[in-house]
Design a protein. Structure first.
Length: 137
């Protein structure tokens, strides 16, 4: 549940939303300060931590430009999840096949090589099952 924001926190949140609407990433702490008339980066961070505690934003790791607006987070439909899963699986299959054809594969012998080949076959079978599900959409 989201808690209500103070006027200053709402101003910071709106500045982030406006910036994200015209850019591919989040504003920096300094940019937020400039947009909101806040001169102290610590003051901006205090507002951001309060907005986070109240459930409006999250931070996507320890890097700059990583603010995520929670209301933008959308739960994928099951169809979207199946499509994504198949795409990810097909990419992994491609990587495995590339490895099996690479000189690194020569280091594999006996059972290790057989297990990788079996893995590839099972991954392909699963990919085919996902394709059948997708065809039924």
């Amino acid at each position: 549940m989201k808690l209500s924001l103070t006027e200053a926190q709402e101003k910071v949140l709106q500045a982030i939303k406006q910036y994200k609407a015209t850019n591919d990433n989040s504003p920096t702490i300094r940019e937020i300060g400039e947009m909101c008339g806040l001169t102290s980066p610590n003051g901006v961070m205090a507002h951001l931590r309060a907005i986070q505690r109240k459930g409006w934003i999250t931070f996507g790791g320890f890097k700059s430009r990583n603010i995520k607006i929670i209301e933008e987070t959308k739960v994928k439909t099951w169809k979207e999840r199946v499509l994504d899963e198949k795409a990810e699986l097909d990419e992994r299959i491609d990587h495995l096949i590339a490895f099996l054809k690479s000189p690194d594969d020569a280091a594999l012998v006996g059972e290790d090589k057989m297990l990788l080949i079996e893995q590839e076959q099972r991954m392909r079978a699963y990919s085919e099952t996902l394709a059948k599900r997708i065809a039924r959409f």
